[in-house]
Design a protein around this ligand. Structure first.
Ligand SMILES: C[S@@+](CC[C@H](N)C(=O)[O-])C[C@H]1O[C@@H](n2cnc3c(N)ncnc32)[C@H](O)[C@@H]1O
Length: 291
């Protein structure tokens, strides 16, 4: 989808009405600037938050946020091609989990790869099917409807791991990724956040991004030592309106030691981690797990 297809503010307004809720400007301002402990108490996520958060509003925001989405997808595809060239046979069978609206799965299918995309949200899968030729199904990443030992490359793109508050569910997810891999297969996890910096307290808590048409996305992300991740709240400010506040969300943070321990527990023999050097933006982490 290109820039010209971005929804106008009226459409964003309609999308925000699903999943986000309008709150008084004072309450948003308070949660934006209150002490961390107060924020963490208020931003405690519901364990089922992804079902509420990833909907029409998130999809509309993801298209407007983060610069040029098409360029970003092209960069990701180049990373994926490089991993295939270095580690796998030429025509790998690929599982994209979670695939969202299919931006990677459809691009790879268009290049002739055999790709299955799975996601929790049926609405995203409808968009994915309408925009390309990969195969799609609704699924939860904790229990993949995929045969054991049938996949050469599992893709987990754009901060799509670490959603579960319960560490056992995270372990189950990694074990599922391992289960479906063929011998010699790889799991590629891509994130644009710097987990070691956040765990070390070197972390920008407040993020503001223009959405165009005078609209803004604000996100406050505070490391939560008790949960081992980032507790986050987001607001969308549309001109002349009270802010829309999204459900609280959560991202588990893994440093190298956590990756090593959790990957080994899930049955992976190899872990390699590539991170953008400190101070270089945009940050990217690419983790490769080998069977
Ligand atoms: C940050 S988006 C990334 C989507 C896609 N990988 C991309 O790069 O555009 C995260 C996705 O995770 C999906 N999701 C969240 N929890 C899930 C779960 N338990 N099982 C499967 N998909 C899930 C959401 O529906 C959403 O599409």
């Amino acid at each position: 989808m290109d820039h010209r297809a971005w929804p106008q503010v009226t459409t964003l307004d309609a999308a925000l009405a699903q999943g986000f809720r309008q709150v008084a400007a004072d309450s948003a301002r308070h949660l934006w600037s209150c002490p961390d402990a107060e924020f963490l108490a208020a931003a405690r996520p519901d364990p089922d938050w992804p079902r509420q958060y990833f909907g029409a509003a998130y999809a509309a925001l993801a298209e407007r946020f983060a610069g040029d989405p098409a360029a970003r997808t092209r960069r990701d595809i180049a990373t994926i091609r490089a991993v295939i060239a270095e580690h796998l046979a030429p025509r790998p069978r690929i599982l994209d989990i979670p695939c969202g609206t299919g931006r990677h799965a459809n691009a790879l299918a268009a290049e002739g790869f055999d790709v299955i995309g799975l996601d929790l949200q049926p609405g995203y899968l409808r968009t994915a099917r309408a925009e390309g030729s990969a195969t799609y199904a609704a699924a939860d990443m904790r229990a993949l409807p995929v045969a054991t030992g049938s996949i050469d490359l599992v893709l987990n793109m754009w901060n799509s791991l670490g959603y579960f508050l319960d560490a056992a569910e995270e372990a189950a997810t990694l074990a599922e990724f391992r289960r479906v891999l063929r011998p010699g297969g790889k799991v590629l996890v891509q994130q644009d956040l710097d987990a070691p910096a956040a765990l070390g307290g070197h972390w920008l808590q407040h993020m503001k991004a223009p959405l165009g048409d005078g609209a803004w996305l604000l996100v406050r992300q505070v490391p939560d030592a008790a949960l081992g991740g980032l507790a986050c709240l987001s607001w969308v400010m549309l001109p002349g309106q009270d802010p829309f506040q999204g459900p609280a969300f959560f991202l588990r943070l893994r440093d190298d030691a956590a990756w090593a321990a959790e990957a080994a527990a899930a049955g992976f023999a190899k872990v390699s981690i590539a991170r953008t050097p400190p101070g270089v933006a945009p940050h990217e982490t690419v983790v490769l797990l080998g069977a």
